[in-house]
Design a protein around this ligand. Sequence first.
Ligand code: NAG
Ligand code: NAG
Ligand code: NAG
Ligand code: NAG
Ligand code: NAG
Ligand code: NAG
Ligand code: NAG
Ligand code: NAG
Ligand code: NAG
Ligand code: NAG
Length: 780
Amino acid sequence: MVLSFLLIFAHSIAINAQQRNFNLSRGSSLSPTENSSLFSQSGKFAFGFFPFGDGFAVGIWYESGTLQKTVVWTANRNDPPVSRNATIGLTNDGRLIVHEVGVQEKPIANTTGPALFVSMLDSGNLVLYNSNLTIIWQSFDYPTDTLLPGLLLRAGDELVSSIFETNHSMGSFRIKMQTDGNIVMYPVGSLDAPDFAYWASVTNFVGKNATLTLDGNGRLYMLNSSGAEVKNINNAAVPSDGKMYRATIDADGIFRVYSHNLIENGSQSIEWYVPDDRCRPKGICGINGYCDLINLQPVCACPPGFDFIKHEEKNLGCNRNFILESCAFKNDHTEYTIQELQSIVWLESTYAILPSMTIEECKLACLEDCNCEAAQFQGQECKKQKLPLTFGRRTSQQEDGKPSPSMLVKVGMDSGRNGTIAPKESRKVLRMDILVIGLACISFALIVLAFSAFLIFRYRLWAYKKIPYKSNDQGLIEDVSLRVFTYNELEVATSGFSEPLGSGSFGTVFKGTLSGQRRIAVKRLDLKVVAEVQEMEFLNEMRSIGRIHHRNLVRLLGYCHDGSNRLLVYDYMSNGTLSSYLFKSQLKPNWVERINIALNIARGLLYLHEECETRIIHCDLKPSNILMDEYGHAKIADFGLAKLLMPEHSRTFTEPIRGTRGYIAPEWHMDLPITVKADVYSFGIVFFVIICCRKRLDNDAPEEEAILVKWVKDCFKANEVSKLVPEEVDQQSLERMIKIGLWCIEEDPAARPSMKKVIQMLEGIVEILEPPCAHSSFQY
Ligand SMILES: *[C@@H]1O[C@H](CO)[C@@H](O)[C@H](O)[C@H]1NC(C)=O
Ligand SMILES: *[C@@H]1O[C@H](CO)[C@@H](O)[C@H](O)[C@H]1NC(C)=O
Ligand SMILES: *[C@@H]1O[C@H](CO)[C@@H](O)[C@H](O)[C@H]1NC(C)=O
Ligand SMILES: *[C@@H]1O[C@H](CO)[C@@H](O)[C@H](O)[C@H]1NC(C)=O
Ligand SMILES: *[C@@H]1O[C@H](CO)[C@@H](O)[C@H](O)[C@H]1NC(C)=O
Ligand SMILES: *[C@@H]1O[C@H](CO)[C@@H](O)[C@H](O)[C@H]1NC(C)=O
Ligand SMILES: *[C@@H]1O[C@H](CO)[C@@H](O)[C@H](O)[C@H]1NC(C)=O
Ligand SMILES: *[C@@H]1O[C@H](CO)[C@@H](O)[C@H](O)[C@H]1NC(C)=O
Ligand SMILES: *[C@@H]1O[C@H](CO)[C@@H](O)[C@H](O)[C@H]1NC(C)=O
Ligand SMILES: *[C@@H]1O[C@H](CO)[C@@H](O)[C@H](O)[C@H]1NC(C)=O
């Protein structure tokens, strides 16, 4: 192979250092030692080898000027340096490769067809042409960390920072042109989720599939999907005076627009940058550390009781300098103390929130809880945390108008007293290249991944536009309203689970009261159910359900996962279940009320099926899963517990049957895919129960009336629907309702109407056709 390569280049002309190459043709090559590079016509850009480490890397740089060359693109950026014997060549069969004796040749460009020659364009774009002079590859399609004028950063594309200024391997930060029209900066390895974002353009008004680009005057702007300029990002209006512009996401996570005076000595200056606070890039101080801005320079520090993992690389983060006893050894808490750090924010990993507390009470609460490793105190809220603390930074006092949060960390008595935050001498200003991440990126990525797992489910479908923009990116941090309870808290709230409200398919529900007199219903999941659900899955589902708010759905307030205990905390509904409302109360709801209850349920279901972010099939709709509030409005409970559905596999839902006999659709028994239409079936049965105000199965009734659905069908066929409802009811209205119900319980799922259609029928907006059901053979 070595030989063949040598043959290929046998006739390659030795390139004279004085003679400039603008085209690289087949069979010719560039080498690091002969000062041979491929230049652009005007000589502003060059492509070839540049010094890297103890060898060379392949890339494109600004050539003019006498100052140090600035690299704007790197080929195979994560590769180690190549030796001075390496060459870049266009082979006779049209491939652009790096070749090194004894090392596997490496493609620089992956092209579909063979290239005829390679050109360095004046824009800084390296292009490969085929024999038809068509561009078959260009470096502008594979940007690294730099945007040049004319380079289009399309929807979904991102720039990734270099690890150091002098090492162009992938670093720790990225800036992404999101498909939703926002330009957002994140740490590398994180999800595209607001929790991880540290800057956003908040430009989703430009519409989907926008493009970010730079012009020759250093103007950073966006094009909408039809190519019209829609937004200038940096408001630059500098006339071009022979300067060259670039926009780079630097190793410190800041995105800067630079100008280069190539006519003179090539000196560069910063024209614009975001974010303006250099502590903003998330993860810049590693785990458990926090970033403090001192003389506008970011300085990493450790909280009390922590030391730097590596003193030379402060950006790796901090480790605890004492050992916290595990909860297994229930020692008294006098060994520890709490140290306070003011005005520190970080990505919370709250496992319990205690409202209405003073800071002293919060400190005590954390000391007394062996699980508590730190706490955030803000306003009157005490949020207990577990390590690691990530994305920590000091905030200015007035950010957001909210009281600035305090970080309370549990420290050993010994280390605590001496746990100075950061000794004065360590606060000296760090040079950028020290500060910028070394190995931190790896450890950091791991942490971020861990956090990501919690959020993946949700955020995949979730885009920026939902978040109200506040004057800084604080507004991007999502306000998770779900509260995490400890088992003890719920034990107290329910007086030791003494007042059961009922038991359902997943567990038993208990009545409880929170400190603020708020009444709650606590559902303790059966151990059997708990064993089935992975912890991650559980947390994901809690988060999903916690986000679902609709007036006809019972609101999840919080949850507890403490050891093997899994409890869900709901709003308490004073009128109990629909079954007790219909059958046990003195006064039966009148006709209009019944239809309203049905409409409530239908609206709740419609929301689950079509309107919330993740489509949810309830799978177990029945009167004991429907609760009545104090105003007699129906709310659906237990939704989202069966299984959350992602749209892509909504048709292949093959879980063991979880529903309740009598209410579940026939397809459950027939190994057919379960869709939202299964809920429509259950709704139909519930609907008959409501309309007729009697149980689905009534053993006291005459035999032909015992099974409600059968009786309804019989009456409908015999044209005797009035027998179904003893009260005075408008016959036409009753007939309509029965027809709606019959449509819902059609055997063929496809024949059943959607919940939207059901609502329209209930409201009398659409005509109701004659249901074909009457000849169903299905056995009840
Ligand atoms: C590079 O080669 C192509 C095709 O042979 C030619 O059209 C073009 O003018 C050349 N460019 C320069 C700068 O020589
Ligand atoms: C390459 O260029 C540099 C500076 O222009 C010069 O000092 C050096 O001698 C050149 N090397 C070769 C091999 O021509
Ligand atoms: C560049 O950085 C990467 C990632 O930290 C490292 O693996 C590599 O050794 C560095 N290369 C040089 C030449 O310093
Ligand atoms: C480069 O090639 C020369 C001669 O072929 C050889 O002596 C030398 O060891 C090579 N250097 C490297 C770094 O491979
Ligand atoms: C070219 O494709 C190969 C295989 O898909 C991949 O490993 C390599 O990274 C690609 N190289 C470039 C420069 O895109
Ligand atoms: C060049 O163009 C001709 C006609 O347009 C086409 O048939 C041929 O496949 C093209 N060759 C390449 C290498 O694209
Ligand atoms: C955006 O681009 C994607 C992928 O190319 C395409 O499927 C989608 O329809 C586009 N959306 C708009 C609004 O142009
Ligand atoms: C893009 O912007 C232009 C001008 O503002 C507007 O006319 C056009 O409708 C926009 N295109 C899209 C797809 O939004
Ligand atoms: C480069 O040139 C500019 C403009 O003439 C000058 O202000 C600057 O001091 C020079 N920088 C260096 C490092 O020579
Ligand atoms: C605190 O630090 C000082 C010196 O920094 C040391 O002399 C002293 O012994 C330390 N005290 C404790 C309790 O560790």
